[in-house]
Design a protein around this ligand. Sequence first.
Ligand SMILES: Nc1nc2c(c(=O)[nH]1)N(C=O)[C@@H](CNc1ccc(C(=O)N[C@@H](CCC(=O)O)C(=O)O)cc1)CN2
Ligand SMILES: Nc1nc2c(ncn2[C@@H]2O[C@H](COP(=O)(O)OP(=O)(O)OP(=O)(O)O)[C@@H](O)[C@H]2O)c(=O)[nH]1
Ligand SMILES: [Mg+2]
Length: 439
Amino acid sequence: MTRTGLTDTIAAIATAPGSAGVGIVRISGENAHTIADQMFRAGRKPSRTPAGRFLFGQMTDAADDMIDEGLCLVFHAPHSYTAEDVIEFQTHGSPAVLSRVLARALELGARPARPGEFTLRAYTSGRLDLVQAEAVLELVNAGTETARRQGTLGLSGALGEQVGHISTLVTRTLAAIQAMLDYPEEGVPDEDRAQPLAQAEARLRHLLDTARAGQAATRGAKLALIGKPNAGKSSLLNALLGYERSIVTATPGTTRDYLEAALELAGVPVTLVDTAGIRDTADTIEAAGVKQAVHLAGNADLVLVLEDGSQAREALPVELPEGASIIRVQTKADLPAAWTDLRAIRVSAVTGDGLPELRAAIEHTLLGDVTRGEAWLTTERQADAARRALTHVQAAQSLPDDLAGYELEEALRALAELTGRDVQEDVVDAVFSNFCVGK
Ligand SMILES: Nc1nc2c(c(=O)[nH]1)N(C=O)[C@@H](CNc1ccc(C(=O)N[C@@H](CCC(=O)O)C(=O)O)cc1)CN2
Ligand SMILES: Nc1nc2c(ncn2[C@@H]2O[C@H](COP(=O)(O)OP(=O)(O)OP(=O)(O)O)[C@@H](O)[C@H]2O)c(=O)[nH]1
Ligand SMILES: [Mg+2]
């Protein structure tokens, strides 16, 4: 790689700001070992320590006074996180100690690492692909169990493998088409072209489903409860939460302002939004609440449309946002039903009947046919590349051979971008700019 400044030696505090039991200063690059030799006093020199060993000793300053007592881990290129020579000082974890140890390394010629620069070096050296680097970021930031699991799956290379399968299918078709163009008299059986492409398309579609799930899992999802006054929205919100968050009364128009509550469903952080019952009203306060409810439905990832199952059905006096994901809920299932609609899930907030079915439907809408054990696309960058690959694969299927070949080459390029094998420098910079210093 010809990126500037990649062989110089970088240093940073790798542990979180603040006090902790232990803190780590990490140094990577060609001078890492000589810097360590000058600032670590122990039985032997770090540069002469075999791979996989650590030394116990003292970090020292320019006057050879002790800064702290601690451990020095020695990694030899290419067997390290960055694939360069790496030194780690594990110190007592106070900001005072860590900043002095870092300052000493800088004094001896290291420069401060930029955000994500250690992982950038792992990527540049080929030890990690871009998807794996993004997975490292996910693991560092993982706030939920799902995010953690997806981080490990991404890091394991499972996603890269999936993308590799798709590339193979496209490459195989491209080869068949090229043979056809070169030796038209031989002819290429149609299934050599159509089948792999159909498979590639199906796999890409599935990957894009995982992207939706991934986004839901990392960003969370907003779920609005909408319906006429007294439909049972606040009661259902409370039933889903398992505690009394929202006020419930027999008076229609009880909920006026909207109200949010957090809940985790299938590993997805969900924000439930209770809203004012929608009806035409002369009350200005209530009317404002109704307007807000319609607006909230438009911004939600999923809208639960509630209708009182014990009362005659009546259309809502507003249009629901087009294209929004909707689940229809027939409430008050413990009372005699006044109507039937097979598309609606019957639920009782009083007895809890239908709640498991409703939860399952919500999970299915949020996650699709995606399973939790498979690797998902977890960033918008990945999803964008997969979307472009899909567009080209689709286009190729309805074009004559010479033009189809061009589309397939474009598809392969998009797939290579996905894993980071063929990617613009600004895209790489954008990925690593999200990291913290020391990672
Ligand atoms: N102290 C410490 N803990 C850490 C890290 C670290 O850099 N330092 N990591 C980082 O952020 C993560 C672990 N990731 C790592 C990945 C590869 C190598 C490494 O040295 N790989 C070599 C040698 C492997 C071996 O000896 O078997 C290699 O791949 O060749 C180190 C850490 C999490 N925990
Ligand atoms: N039997 C029965 N009654 C219910 C059920 N859910 C709600 N109710 C009753 O229906 C009435 C209205 O319930 P809410 O949950 O306040 O309805 P809402 O849709 O939030 O109403 P607004 O806030 O006025 O828009 C209350 O008297 C509830 O006790 C249910 O599952 N079964
Ligand atoms: Mg209410």
